[in-house]
Structure formats: C-alpha cells, structure tokens
Design a protein. Structure first.
Length: 388
C-alpha cells in the first residue's frame, strides 16, 4: 500500500475499488458492524478497516456501514464524529453502495458482533474473524487470524487494543500527526458515549480506560479536544429523538434475530415510555405505532428497551409485544425465567399491558439497570428456544 492517507481519502479509494470489482473476479475484504448500526459499530468498522489496510497485512479492507444510506440521517451523532475526523456521511459506504457480489469472492471481518444477520446473513460462511464484546455465538472459527471477544463497554476499545501496535508503526505520512488526531476523534467518540465518559461502572472496563488514555495522547490541546465537551456534544445529538417519527425512533437502533422459528426485533430508545406516550399523543397511539412496526417487519415478538437519566439517576424500561402465538409463548417463557433476574415490575400499574391468545404485551420498569440489550437479547433468544 502507498503511504497512508486521511480517512476521507481512504474511503474514496475503497469506494473506487468496490466499483471496479464489478468487472474483476478479485477477492474483496469487508469490515462491517452489526445491523443496529450504532455509533460504536459504525466507527469501529471504519477504524479497523483503515488500520488493517495500512498496517499488516496491507490489504485493502472496505468498511461497510450496515444500513441503507437514508438511515444515516437518523444518526446525527455519527455525522458529528465524522466531522471531527474531517469526513462526512457522503464519504462512507453503505448497503446501498454494494454491487452484486459473488459470496465466494468475499471475506468478512466483523466488529461489534460475531454472527452476520439481516441482509448480510448469506455471507456467514465467508467470515474470517471478529472483534466483539457481545456473547460468543460460536460462529466465527476458533482458528481465525482475528478472534477477539472480550467484555468491554465499547467495541472500539477492543479495536484500539488489537490495533495499537500496528497503529504505532504508521509513521510514514507527511501529515501523520494530523491524520492520527482525526482517527483518534473517530475512536474516542463511541467509547465515551458507551461508557458515559468512563463513568458507568457497570460498563467501563480496563480496555475502555486504557484506550481513551492512549487516544487522548493523539489529541493535543491544539486540536480543540476536550473530553467533557466532546462527550456532551455527541451525547446530546444521540439522545435527541424529538424530530423523529415513532417509526424512525423504533428503527434508529434496531437489531433482529430469526431463531427457533421465532422472529425477534429489538429497538433501543434513549427516552422513557412516558415521553413516548406523550409524543405519540396517547397510550393507544403509542401501541398502534409499535403494532405497525411489528407488522412492517413481520415480527413474532417486538421488544423496546429504553435507557434514560432522570433526576441524575439512570433508568431502564422494557416492553415486549407478542403478535403471534409463537411470540406469546416466547414472551411468557421470558417473563417466567427473567422477571426476578432483571427485577422487572409493572410500568405505570400495567397501563400498557395486554393479554390475549395471539397478542400479549407487558411493559416493565427494569431494576437491574446494568443489563442492556447486550444481556437482554441473549435472554430473549434463550426464551425463543424454550417456548415449546
């Protein structure tokens, strides 16, 4: 590879190579985050692809944003982090930019997940490695060159840990210091967001603390970086869902699984159900929006997980809406097995609850706030297996 370029120039090279591949039978190596396409997934894919391209093994790695291009508008926090990395959403590569691919001519490295889902599931056999902080699903071969699955607040912290030595060897660019500062902005943003500025004791690990300490050595005061201000700016953008419709709120941070004959969809929302009820106009209107989303995605079980700070305390809520008999069986199995473990109690005296043969809904306040979707989704998937 030539001397390394800025992130935006690297993305232009990757886009050109992807376009040229349509007429060539060459193997393409992709790096992709999970289908929720949150800030951590998006930024981790970009940084890992960049450092793998210019470090060892010096093979072009194409970073893919796991979402349609239109969905980028739902993520202003990503736009802000890209801006600080001297890049824009126009530069990144999305699902809409993929040409028709022969799966056998591709390789896939996963960040922030270890099993391809959604539109990319057909490439699962071409997965050659991962860096992730979720439950190991046993899909990535043990002998893979890269297979790092560890507990951390942010997947980006693991990417930085894995690539740190290679990064330090990249001293060949005329503007190495400037480029490093751009990359460090890209990396530190999701770590600060996912760990609440390293203040969330339930999430923050030594991986996160060490990564931020390292990255901030690449962010001298001359860059205008300030940890508190950076976190506040990005967090404000991430948490502001006021311009969004109910459908957009539910699809902004969405992940889906189809296991054991049950299709599960999960939406993470940075606001409480009281706010969502008020935004929708009424409880009935909120439920109608959730039901429409379940119908659009053809789900057996719709899950909405809220996370928010109220009066300086962090809170979580959880809603399950089962819209088929299979979904109802799964939801009831989850309720039986995990109510105590998650310290679930009825939200607003059961105001949103519903109990019918083919439709069932429960909304809870979640006492064990340390359990995010990263922990709750595997519980739901276990309930999917146990539904019979």
């Amino acid at each position: 590879m030539p001397a390394r370029a800025s992130l935006s120039a690297f993305l232009a090279t990757a886009r050109s190579a992807l376009a040229a591949s349509a007429s060539k039978k060459q193997t393409l190596t992709f790096v992709v985050g999970n289908e929720s396409a949150d800030l951590d997934s998006l930024c981790s894919a970009l940084l890992f692809a960049y450092l793998r391209t210019y470090g060892s093994p010096q093979t072009l790695h194409i970073p893919l944003c796991h979402l349609p291009r239109d969905d980028l508008t739902l993520r202003p926090e990503f736009t802000e982090v890209l801006r600080r990395a001297a890049t824009s959403p126009d530069d990144v590569i999305t699902l809409d930019d993929l040409p028709e691919l022969d799966a056998t001519n591709t390789q896939w490295l996963l960040v922030d997940h270890n099993c391809l889902t959604g539109h990319l599931e057909l490439f699962n056999k071409q997965v050659v490695g991962c860096v992730d902080h979720h439950t190991d699903e046993g899909k990535v071969p043990q002998e893979s060159e890269v297979r790092l699955i560890e507990k951390s607040g942010s997947c980006m912290s693991l990417v930085v840990t894995h690539c740190r030595e290679a990064w330090e060897k990249l001293k060949d660019a005329d503007k190495a210091t400037e480029i490093d500062a751009q990359l460090a902005h890209l990396a530190v943003g999701p770590i600060l967001i996912d760990t609440q500025k390293l203040g969330d004791k339930n999430k923050t690990t030594s991986f996160d603390e060490d990564a931020v300490q390292y990255l901030e050595t690449k962010l001298p005061s001359a860059t205008g970086y300030d940890r508190t201000n950076f976190f506040s700016d990005v967090a404000k953008l991430k948490g502001d869902i006021s311009p969004l419709s109910m459908r957009d709120i539910l699809r902004k941070d969405y992940k889906e699984w189809d296991d054991s004959g049950v299709k599960l969809g999960t939406s993470s929302v940075p606001a409480h159900f009281g706010y969502l009820t008020e935004k929708a106009g009424s409880s009935d209107a909120l439920l109608d929006g959730i039901k429409r989303w379940g119908t659009e995605k053809d789900l057996d079980l719709v899950t909405v997980l809220t996370a928010f700070t109220n009066e300086a305390s962090f809170h979580r809520e959880l809603l399950l809406f089962a819209r088929t008999e299979k979904g109802v069986a799964t939801a009831k199995a989850f309720e039986k097995d995990y109510t105590e473990k998650l310290q679930l109690s009825p939200w607003s005296s059961g105001k949103l609850d519903l109990d019918e043969q083919s439709q069932w809904l429960r909304c809870w306040t979640q006492g064990r706030v340390e359990n995010s979707r990263k922990q709750v989704a595997p519980m739901l998937r276990e309930a999917m297996k146990a539904k019979i």
